[in-house]
Design a protein around this ligand. Structure first.
Ligand SMILES: C[S@@+](CC[C@H](N)C(=O)[O-])C[C@H]1O[C@@H](n2cnc3c(N)ncnc32)[C@H](O)[C@@H]1O
Length: 264
């Protein structure tokens, strides 16, 4: 049986915020079967976001053969697993022991195995300049303070290394009802409130505007290469596992933002 963790406000100190989000993810993990993670581990295809925009179209990851890759907020590590199968030496980091336990079960069932580290993306216990690619698929971007995790990502990258991260679009964040359900066609909250928001019954999340992302990326010493605003392709179906936007909504407006930045 699971119970809902008490809710810290958006201004809560970092320790409270991280503890709360760890508890939220223990609940989420208990509510989801391994089958969802297994379905993602079972494929070699990489698609970005709710509508699985193919990596082969976007080409944000580059050639992975022989590279050192860190997935931050790896969760069940299904992306990391697919990157490892493409020849990368991969490490996964996540705050949640429960999510990492699922990742370990999937490693044994599907392979390959690689190191999984239980830590916050805001403070990663790994050596500086040891990765060619830091990637995060809905991992740290919503869940960590950008003023803390972006400098960590930059520190962990080698010069010339690349940061790729996916998060909800700013517009989706303004249009989803707080009580749950999909985004509509009205702005329901000010953009500024999204920089740190405590969703009722959910986690404390960070959804800065595009200008704020650019400022924080630059402050961390990173150079923005691209922002891909991901839409649903024609004929796409509304996903049933994470009801935040419909396919129709995402054909008109971006559901997700996929950022690419490099460390000079
Ligand atoms: C939406 S899931 C990521 C899904 C992942 N791409 C997968 O395939 O399973 C978000 C993950 O972020 C993790 N997370 C939340 N706060 C974190 C933090 N401060 N540091 C690292 N990971 C965090 C959660 O534990 C969760 O596993």
């Amino acid at each position: 049986m699971t119970s809902e963790p008490p809710q810290p406000g958006p201004g809560a100190p970092a320790d409270d915020r991280l503890r709360h989000n760890r508890e939220v993810w223990a609940v989420v993990s208990a509510d989801h079967t391994d089958a969802e993670a297994e379905a993602r581990w079972a494929t070699d295809e990489i698609g970005w976001g709710l509508f699985a925009v193919p990596e082969s179209e976007l080409g944000v990851l580059g050639d992975l053969e022989g590279t050192d890759v860190l997935e931050l907020g790896c969760g069940t590590a299904s992306l990391a697993g697919r990157l490892a199968r493409r020849g990368a030496r991969v490490v996964g980091v996540d705050l949640s022991r429960e999510q990492l336990a699922t990742a370990r079960r999937c490693q044994l069932a599907f392979g390959p195995s690689f190191p999984l580290v239980e830590a916050s993306g805001e403070e990663v216990p790994l050596r500086s300049a040891s990765f060619d690619l830091v990637v995060s698929d809905y991992g740290v971007a919503p869940w960590c303070d950008p003023t803390r995790w972006l400098p960590e990502a930059a520190r962990l990258l080698r010069p010339g290394g690349r940061l790729v991260f996916l998060t909800n679009s700013v517009l989706a964040g303004m249009c989803v009802p707080a009580e749950g359900g999909v985004a509509g066609e009205r702005l329901l909250r000010p953009q500024r409130d999204l920089a740190r928001i405590a969703w009722p019954g959910g986690g404390v999340e960070h959804h800065p505007g595009h200008g704020d992302w650019v400022r924080e990326l630059r402050a961390a010493g990173l150079v923005v290469e691209a922002l891909h605003e991901l839409h649903a392709p024609p004929g796409a179906a509304t996903p049933d596992y994470y009801e935040i936007v419909t396919a129709e909504w995402a054909q008109a407006w971006p559901a997700e933002d996929l950022w690419v930045a490099t460390r000079p």
